[in-house]
Write a protein that binds this ligand. Structure first.
Ligand SMILES: NC(=O)C1=CN([C@@H]2O[C@H](COP(=O)(O)OP(=O)(O)OC[C@H]3O[C@@H](n4cnc5c(N)ncnc54)[C@H](OP(=O)(O)O)[C@@H]3O)[C@@H](O)[C@H]2O)C=CC1
Ligand SMILES: O=C(O)C1=N[C@H](C(=O)O)C[C@H](O)C1
Length: 237
């Protein structure tokens, strides 16, 4: 597979290492200094673009690829208010767009566990909900995309909870996310239900970025020959 890396930071470099190890080729590395070069690439030169840049750049980068019909695997978080525009563009250009707030297989199992636990807990009003995410100090967005996906899983299970709030005391209709920035932590997410007498807690802790990067390379392999809007649930079916 010929891969364009968009965003050559911590994730871009880890993805490159794993992609080369799986026999793929990197045809371009697009970063802040040469971002304009993306406009010159064509779908004849690249089989896939893997986009891990930043919240301010992701939308434009993805749209550029979609218009060129270069399939995109995107992991950038913090830009999702514009995701519906990308979905419309994907349909309009008969393109391929794969998105995940977290590419780690372990986190995607954790998402399923979270949904199952939320359904079990929803009838039990004695339990308060608490969610927490901890990431390294360089992270630009807050809360993490993963924490938002977890909160959405809880909201879907609770009729009376309609939104999440970040680092705020929650109202009864809200799911709290508490976001911390600390050291070089790759990503730790906790969901906790607390009553007066006990608590139930589930945690996913990434030990490195390898799980995220491997999931993104596998997604790039999996979308070859596919069209439309795709995600981890499609791939892991
Ligand atoms: N879905 C998932 O599984 C995961 C998602 N992420 C997300 O991926 C994103 C990247 O994370 P990470 O690699 O740690 O971040 P980094 O800051 O280490 O890397 C991002 C890179 O993108 C560069 N960049 C800036 N502007 C552009 C542009 N216009 N086009 C291309 N590249 C640009 C940055 O340059 P400069 O720093 O000079 O601005 C930097 O080198 C974040 O949104 C993060 O939340 C991270 C891990 C897993
Ligand atoms: O910025 C990061 O590092 C990470 N971002 C993703 C997120 O916002 O959920 C995934 C992972 O937790 C690492």
């Amino acid at each position: 597979m010929r891969i364009v890396l968009i965003g050559y930071g911590k994730m871009g470099k880890e993805i490159e290492r794993l992609a080369l190890g799986r026999g793929h080729t990197i045809v371009a590395r697009i970063d802040v200094d040469n971002a304009h070069e993306l406009a010159n690439l064509t779908s004849q030169e690249a089989d896939v673009a893997i986009e891990f840049s930043n919240p301010a750049s992701a939308f434009t980068n993805i749209l550029t690829c979609i218009k060129k019909q270069i399939p995109v695997v995107c992991g950038t978080t913090g830009w999702l208010e514009k995701k519906s525009e990308i979905e419309q563009a994907t349909a309009a250009h008969d393109a391929t767009f794969f998105y995940a707030s977290n590419y780690s297989i372990g986190v995607n199992l954790f998402f399923q566990l979270n949904r199952t636990l939320a359904k079990l807990m929803a009838p039990h009003q004695a339990y308060d909900i608490y969610t927490n995410e901890i990431h390294h100090l360089e992270k630009k967005d807050s809360p993490s995309g993963t924490a938002i996906t977890l909160a959405e899983g809880i909201i879907d299970a609770y009729a009376e909870r309609t939104k999440w709030v970040n680092n705020e005391i929650p109202q009864p209709n809200e799911v709290p996310i508490w976001s911390q920035r600390e050291s070089t932590i790759p990503g730790t997410h906790t969901v906790k239900y607390i009553s007066k007498v006990d608590q139930i807690e589930i945690t996913h802790e990434a030990f490195s970025r390898e799980g995220f990067a491997l999931g993104a390379v596998i997604a790039a392999e999996w979308i070859q020959g596919k069209k439309g809007i795709l995600g981890m649930e499609d791939m892991l079916k």
